[in-house]
Ligand binder design. Structure first.
Ligand code: NIG
Ligand code: FE
Length: 427
């Protein structure tokens, strides 16, 4: 149950969580690379104190009783429960019009994702529906998806535009994201994905479309502060390495961070480009080369892996185990979107990462917390339970974090605390 606004108003961002069977701190203020991903910094017999939304103290409860006026705090008893940082879903396309349930059936009968896209379906069918949807309707459907994400313990997400591909609709999507960021407990890092596909009206004129995105839409997005990142679908028959370099470099010149869909279906050298540009993250990477992975590890680009998409498209999984062994910082995300991966389920994605990418449960937790935060450049503010960070916390119904990937696809989240306020409780 999402707690209503009325009860949130009475909250002051002060809370104490006591008696937890474990506090999984994921402690750190930077992305964890390679072997560091196994260290969850677990504490036992400790309590957490959050004041005005920020983690202020970690100690035993007796010390809190002596040092703080307990009547000013909401006290939450987490006996036999695991306590973790709120999850960060660092790659989503959650604001869109319409659905594509029929495509799921087409894929089952053998059509590939790219075949459907090349014949005008796929992303372009969502573009058509999103252009025809009002901002208010995008906000209402987006809110429902955020509610669902929150119930899975997600307290911050990244959210992309990319279903407009024209000036008005790209801006409309980003404005809807901005409004949701202000009104919903889940925080949103907005990303401009104006180059998500080639719209029908630019068919055969990809260079012209890239110029339009770069010279007409991007400057407004930056001027109006509507995005923190710029993304592009760098893929065969979509946007080339050169076109990606051109758009992303300009975004960097204008002060945006860059992250992009790289080496998803065909190996184009996306991982290498991410390292060359110093991108914040490269995402998907199913086909990333050994050399690209080595360069990403060296340059500290986060490898954001989306196993739900590989599962849904029946594509081979990205080489998560190999990437971590090569010293990469890996993040996991849902890729929540109406086409290639329609899910908000954190436990499903964690299970897939463990079962098919050979991540350990510990690595999968790191990938959804501190490394997810780093994938949206927020590793200093969220992603771990360290003093000074936001009090964004998940309490499970079970005593161990291991239940999340183990209880496949099923939600084990009992409570979610956002900036020190209880905002979700399972019914
Ligand atoms: O991450 N690959 C490109 N973009 C999305 C899918 C978007 C869609 O199909 O609507 C992805 O898989
Ligand atoms: Fe995506």
């Amino acid at each position: 149950m999402l707690l209503d606004k009325q009860s949130q108003i009475t909250m002051n961002g002060n809370c104490i969580i006591k008696n937890a069977s474990e506090i999984v701190t994921c402690s750190g203020f930077a992305a964890k690379k390679g072997k560091e991903m196994s260290d969850l910094g677990i504490l036992s017999d400790q309590s957490l104190l959050i004041e005005s939304g920020i983690i202020k103290d970690v100690d035993d409860y007796d010390s809190f009783q002596l040092a703080y006026p307990l009547a000013d705090y909401t006290i939450i008893d987490a006996k036999n429960k695991s306590v973790l940082p709120g999850f960060v879903d660092s790659h989503t396309h959650f604001v869109f019009g319409g659905y594509r349930a029929e495509e799921f059936t087409w894929r089952l009968r053998g059509d590939s994702y790219m075949e459907i896209m090349n014949r005008g379906g796929g992303i372009n069918s969502t573009v058509k529906a999103t252009r025809a949807t009002s901002k208010q309707d995008l906000i209402s459907s987006g809110k429902k998806r955020l509610d669902s994400m929150l119930s899975f313990g997600v307290t911050t997400i990244e959210g992309k535009s990319g279903y407009g591909l024209d000036y008005e609709t790209e801006i409309k999507q980003l404005e809807a994201i901005d409004e949701l960021n202000r009104s919903h407990p889940v925080d949103i890092a907005p990303t401009f994905l104006g180059a998500h596909a080639i719209p029908m009206e630019y068919k055969g004129r990809t260079d012209e479309f890239i110029s339009f995105v770069k010279d007409r839409v991007l400057p407004t997005v930056v001027e109006r502060n509507l995005a923190e990142f710029c993304d592009i679908f760098c893929e065969q028959n979509v946007f080339s390495i050169e076109q990606s370099r051109l758009l992303l470099s300009e975004a960097q010149n204008l002060g945006l961070g860059t992250k992009f869909h790289a080496d998803e279906i065909v190996q184009l050298g996306g991982a290498e480009l991410a390292a060359e540009l110093g991108a914040v993250s490269a995402d998907h990477l199913l086909q990333a080369s050994d050399e690209g992975i080595r360069r990403m590890a060296e340059s500290g680009v986060i490898a954001t892996l989306l196993p739900g998409t590989a599962f849904s498209l029946k594509e081979p999984y990205a080489r998560g185990r190999y990437m971590i062994d090569q010293g990469c910082a890996v993040a996991l995300a849902t890729d929540m979107n109406p086409g290639s991966c329609f899910t908000e389920s954190i436990p499903l994605v964690m299970s897939l990462a463990c079962l098919y990418m050979n991540l350990t449960p510990e690595e999968s937790i790191t990938a959804f917390t501190i490394n997810g935060a780093a994938a949206i450049s927020r590793e200093k503010e969220i992603g771990s339970l360290d003093i000074g960070k936001k009090g964004d916390i998940v309490i499970l119904e079970h005593p161990s974090y291991k239940f999340i990937p183990y209880h496949i696809g099923v939600n084990s989240v009992e409570k979610v605390i956002k900036s020190g306020d209880l905002v979700y409780e399972s019914s």
